[in-house]
Every structure is written in structure tokens, then in C-alpha cells.
Design a protein around this ligand. Sequence first.
Ligand SMILES: [Zn+2]
Ligand SMILES: [Zn+2]
Ligand SMILES: [Zn+2]
Ligand SMILES: [Zn+2]
Ligand SMILES: [Zn+2]
Ligand SMILES: [Zn+2]
Length: 433
Amino acid sequence: MTQAPTAQIEAVLDLTAWTVPMQGPEDFGALWNALEPSLHGRDLSRTPVHTWDAPQGTVRLEIVRLDPAAAVAGPRTTVSLVAVREAPAPADRCEVCARARRPAPRAGLRCDACAADGGSGRICGDHAVLLEGALTATCADHRPRCQECGDLASFWCAGASCRSRTAWCARHRATPPQGSGAPYCPGCHRIAFPGCEEPGCAAAGTIACDWHGPDRRPCGLKACTRHARRWQVFGPEAIGLGLCRAHGGVRDVPAEELLRQICAGAVRRRRPVLPSLQAFGHTLRNCGHRELAVDYTRVRSLLAALRSRADADGMRDLGRGMDRAATRWDRELGKLRGSAGTGEQLVERLRQLVVAQDPRYGAELARGLRLEEYKPAITSQDRSREATLWVLVPGHLREVADRGASRLTAYSGQLGVTIRLAGDRNGQRRGNR
Ligand SMILES: [Zn+2]
Ligand SMILES: [Zn+2]
Ligand SMILES: [Zn+2]
Ligand SMILES: [Zn+2]
Ligand SMILES: [Zn+2]
Ligand SMILES: [Zn+2]
């Protein structure tokens, strides 16, 4: 097998900056035949790239292999064009390069404003302006200006309002907190990282208000950790619901509404757990609903009524959450009713003790005594509480009861429970769940 004789020079013909359209192999042949003689007598080893400039553009020859014997080319030197780099179709050329009559490479980017002016809008990497925040390219002439001040823009805002379509200058950039690299304008920054609602506080608002408005959506106003109000409806240790300044006054709210707010807030949490009946009672007491606070049967039926309205109110999550808690509430109510029975018996025995041991006021006091709540003892590994009997004493007998405080201790010992007067329970009782 004989190998075709290798040419002395192998080269690439680069026509990317040549503006005359080439139709086929004949056109390339004709162009080469016109150029080749000008190589004769040149020392081709001095540079691998040789150029010809003409009004129609520039032709480049890149030598990729040179036989040293043919370093100075002559008419008998054999040249093989191993590749021809053609100019991109006019529609693919960088418009800026083309206007400057420079080699116009295939341009992968596009300036929409140029395109809107009737051109192809194509721009090469050298002429494209790419700002942070979006892959939107423009030519230098169409570089966007700041929305606010008209200075040359330096970024596209990635925020909720601008959505990478509005550009801003460096001065009007609100740098987001560390960890998030997206550039924001001041307005979008306020939306993404709202400030504390407290007037004059510059801290970021991180705790949103959970109070549900008539539209069944949470208020959402944010406050910093220092100014946020926490409504401890899940017990003293669990993180409570957030409340803004406007919704912080939960004291003057009807009980039904309080229960609705607590449940609606609870089911929106990442791990939704609705409070126990006793925890509801604790919150109700703190919010001024003293009698209802210990009437668990009524609390339970208010919850049931709330449940039955939930779907019609468009609060399906609330309904589902309450369904999950229903069994637990019913079981708890059963226990509480048992405790209430025990409580009534204890109060009856207390009445007898009072009559027998307080000859002066005993009879009157005994008639006025009422059970508020009986809490049985708890002894478990993580918690313990002694049995406590909360008794109501009518106002006019309160002084008598207070004077007989030492007797109260004696009665407690005799009944085997701690007796407490309900008037002392001014909503600040702790440790209740
Ligand atoms: Zn260009
Ligand atoms: Zn442009
Ligand atoms: Zn923005
Ligand atoms: Zn600006
Ligand atoms: Zn604040
Ligand atoms: Zn609010």
C-alpha cells in the first residue's frame, strides 16, 4: 500500500473575518489560488499565522505543520488545507464585531434591545455585558440603567417583585444577609427580609404573627426576637405562637375565638400538636375566662363546635388536626371528670372539717365553699405534683378564710391533699400543661 505523499505544509484557512460569502469548493479554491503566490519567498517558520487584509475582511492562515525544507515557500511547495474555518452565517455573527469590521465570531449571546432595533441582536462574549443576578446579556450600548437613579446598572434584582427583570446600580443594592448570594434591590430585600414591626427597631423581623384574620390567613407581621410576643399556649417550655403588637392583646377576646386561634396556629406548625384541655384551660384563665378555664366539659364541646365549622369555614387543615386530637381530648376529659368527682367528695369532707373545727364561722364558710378544680397527684420520672384541691370561697368570706390560713394547713393534712384558695390563682400559675 502506498501512502499519498504528505504535503510539505499543513494549514487551516480561517475565514471567520472574511465577509465575502463562499458558495462551494470552487470559491475556496479560487480564493486560495489568489492568496498562495503572496506566500512565495516568505519565511513561514517565523510565525504560524499569516494574514491578508482586504476591504472585504481578513483571511488568516494558521500553519499546523511545516516541513523545515519548505520554510521559505516557493511555487513548488505543496500545501494541504486540513480545515477551513468558515465565517458564521450573517445571522449568527456578533453585530458589534461586524460593525467594527472585526473578525465576527459565531456569537452565542443576544442583546434583546439590538434585536428589537431590527438586527440579529447577536453578540460575542467580548462584547456582551452580563450583570450579576441573571443570564441576560446586552451589548454595551444597551446596558441597563438603575431603576432608581439612572446610573449604569450592576445587577439584576432576584427578588420577588423584580424577578431578575429589573436592574439596579451598586449603590441601590441591599446586600442580603450572609449565606444568601442573590442580589436584591431595597424593596425586594424588605419583602424577603422584613424588618421588625416595632417602630424604631432596625433588627430583622424573624417571628411572624400567627393570629388568623377574617380571611383565615395568619397576620404574618414580623418582629425581631426581642420585640416578638410569644403566646405560651403550648406550655411554658414549648415555643408559643407569635403575636404582633396589634394582636398581642388576647385578653379581651371571646373564648371561642381564643380556641380557634390556638388551634389554627397549632395546625400550621411544622409538627402540629394541639394543646391538652388543661393547657387550653390555663390559657383561658390567663385571658380572663376563669370559670370556663376549669369547665373542661364545656371547653371540649366548644372545640367540637369549632371542629364542625372548620370545613365550612374553609379550614380543612384545622379540621384534620382537630380530628387527630379528638381521642386524646376525650380520654383526658374522662380523667378530668373522674378527678372532679373526687374533688367534690373532698370538698364535702372539707365542709365537715370546717364545721367541726371552726365553731365561729365554720357553718357559714362551709355553705360557701365550692370546688374549682381537683388535680390528682402526679409522680413520674420527669414530673411530680402533689394532689391539689382548688376551692372557691365567696368574696365576703375570703377574709375569714385568710385569717384561718393556719387551719387550712391543718385541713390539708387531714384530707391528704394541698388545699389552695382559687383566688390565689391569678393566672400566673406555672407548670400547667
Ligand atoms: Zn463581538
Ligand atoms: Zn444592544
Ligand atoms: Zn427588586
Ligand atoms: Zn441606583
Ligand atoms: Zn425589634
Ligand atoms: Zn398580627
